[in-house]
Design a protein around this ligand. Sequence first.
Ligand code: FES
Ligand code: FES
Length: 161
Amino acid sequence: MSEHQIHLRINGLSWSGAVEARQSLADFLRERAGCTGVHLGCEHGVCGACTVVVDGRAVRSCLMLAVQAGGSEVVTAEGLAAPDGTLHPVQQALLEEHGLQCGFCTPGIVTTLAALTAPGRTPSEEELLAALSGNLCRCTGYQGIRRAVRRLARAVREVAS
Ligand code: FES
Ligand code: FES
């Protein structure tokens, strides 16, 4: 089985080692890096549950190979809160608006929104909702998610003004 040596940063920490050539980034993050907040639903790019941030962009980690992430900065849902436990604004908005039920889809939603609302970016509510159009919630709790997006868009505008 062919393996490749890779170096990357995951949630601010360096990781180096050999990975199988065909291992997906999702499996690598879950099985080798301990990031079990990366959820696998469809495993073919449809549900969005496996979304992580790679070099600032939201990426479906089931569609990317681990070797392709070599040299990158990867952020998963586990890496969003501050070291003192303060929630990321996206997490706070979902919490305040009851934007999750079983939570299976939530890591993909928070990483998608976190990438779009990174410092210096001020997306509108409509842009945020459009970005989430590929994130499926099997609990169908979309109203809470929509309210959280509205709250988040407002917070982003306030920070920018
Ligand atoms: S598990 Fe990757 S998009 Fe569904
Ligand atoms: S909260 Fe259960 S899948 Fe979305």
